[in-house]
Design a protein around this ligand. Structure first.
Ligand SMILES: [Mg+2]
Length: 266
């Protein structure tokens, strides 16, 4: 059992970074208590940011979706794996990829003048609700011809309302099996690509910033890599039992039984 960290509250914390899926929403529905809690935090002068491995939308569309659900958000306060993918490829001067993904991923790539092509040297897998046999086949073919495989996320599923839908990780596994490869390079949390963009674009100040999410191996590791405070909200992917046998990089400063309990620490 690792030693508990000393931080007792979040009173000095100014910046709250939240994960989205299973922390803030179940895609089309905010989780009970979230709206009131975030509004209360904002009323106390806290700044709110979001970081998601979801690639379905662009960062602007994620901000609009949050705003439509009652959490007014600007584009610059959201980082999503679709946006990070486009930045990573642009940075490496990659201008053609074979992308499995939805419009949000393709639009972010398009903003960086990265086009979708069947015979590209890079394949990226994001969540795609129109995934098909032939998309899998094209991705696998490109990889067999030497293309490098990337993924926006490893998560096998995500909750949308009352349903649990296949996530990027499930699609990725099928592509890996079809192409007979073991690995894909991760773009989303907790990759260095994601932490770099968070560092570049959000005010990540040690002791003044906390990252709160539902998954130890993605959210908490990301926050710990950034050297900021971390909080796990139960009720999503990681369970209370999971805390008993983890690496120190996966250990959160705070564990909240539900989202509303965050307010007890501020
Ligand atoms: Mg999550």
């Amino acid at each position: 059992m690792a030693v508990k960290k000393k931080e007792q509250n979040l009173k000095d914390v100014k910046n709250f970074i939240f994960d989205l899926d299973s922390t803030v929403w179940h895609w089309n529905k905010l989780i009970p208590g979230v709206k009131q809690t975030i509004r209360r935090l904002e009323a106390k002068g806290k700044d709110v940011y979001y970081v998601t491995n979801n690639s379905i939308l662009t960062r602007k569309e994620f901000a609009e979706k949050l705003s439509d659900l009652g959490l007014k958000t600007e584009k610059d306060n959201v980082i999503c794996s679709s946006y990070v993918a486009a930045q990573v490829f642009a940075d490496k001067n990659i201008d053609r990829v074979y992308a499995i993904g939805e419009k949000g991923l393709l639009d972010e790539l398009g903003k960086e003048h990265i086009t979708k092509s069947d015979d590209a040297d890079h394949v990226i897998v994001g969540v795609d609700r129109n995934f098909s046999y032939w998309k899998m086949a094209k991705a696998a073919e490109a990889i067999r011809y030497g293309a490098k495989l990337w993924t926006t996320a490893y998560g096998e599923n995500f909750r949308a309302g009352d349903r649990i839908l296949p996530g990027t990780g499930a699609l990725l596994e099928s592509v890996k099996r079809a192409a007979d490869v073991e690995d894909a390079e991760l773009i989303g949390k907790p990759s260095d690509h994601m932490t770099k963009i968070i560092k570049d674009e959000f005010p990540v100040l040690t002791n003044r910033t906390v990252l709160i999410g539902d998954h130890l191996q993605t959210d908490i590791v990301t926050g710990n890599k950034l050297g900021i405070k971390t909080g796990l909200v139960l009720g999503g992917t990681s369970k209370k039992e999971d805390l008993s046998d983890i690496e120190s990089i996966e250990r959160p400063n705070f564990v909240f039984k539900d989202f509303k309990r965050i307010l007890r620490k501020v």
